[in-house]
Design a protein around this ligand. Structure first.
Ligand SMILES: *[C@@H]1O[C@H](CO)[C@@H](O)[C@H](O)[C@H]1NC(C)=O
Length: 122
């Protein structure tokens, strides 16, 4: 039974990468259209701001923390896991700022990692 489930999971991943490569863009990014109502994407946006704040405590000028507002745009890419490219609205000292965040999620061990967080480049 365990083996059967494992096989299904493997088939699922193979199938995923097929449909991505069939689009002619191997590992291409897919736009997520329901960003504002997509709880997982919003949670990942909050996670990215929280992680960044944790990693940069004391470097933000000390006068105010970065506060998550919302994710306004998101794309995802199938890699070894899912890579989410988020455009995040956050406020710092009351001023609204946009950031580019990249989070990799590995569903099989429920891990996620912030791999990039930088001011949004227009
Ligand atoms: C970001 O959020 C702030 C506060 O809600 C809002 O005033 C601002 O218009 C938002 N910016 C964008 C680009 O969505």
């Amino acid at each position: 039974m365990v083996r059967f489930v494992a096989l299904l999971i493997v088939l699922g991943f193979v199938c995923c990468s097929c449909s991505v490569s069939n689009g002619g863009k191997l590992g291409g990014r897919t736009e997520i259209t329901d960003v504002k109502t997509n709880k997982e994407v919003q949670d990942l946006g909050k996670y990215s701001v929280d992680q960044y704040s944790l990693q940069h405590q004391g470097e933000l000028g000390g006068t105010g923390n970065l506060n998550f507002v919302e994710v306004v745009e998101a794309q995802m890419q199938v890699v070894s896991g899912m890579k989410y490219y988020l455009k995040v609205n956050a406020t710092q000292n009351g001023a609204s700022k946009m950031f580019d965040a990249v989070v990799v999620v590995k569903p099989w061990d429920q891990s996620k990692e912030l791999v990039q967080f930088s001011p949004y480049a227009n």
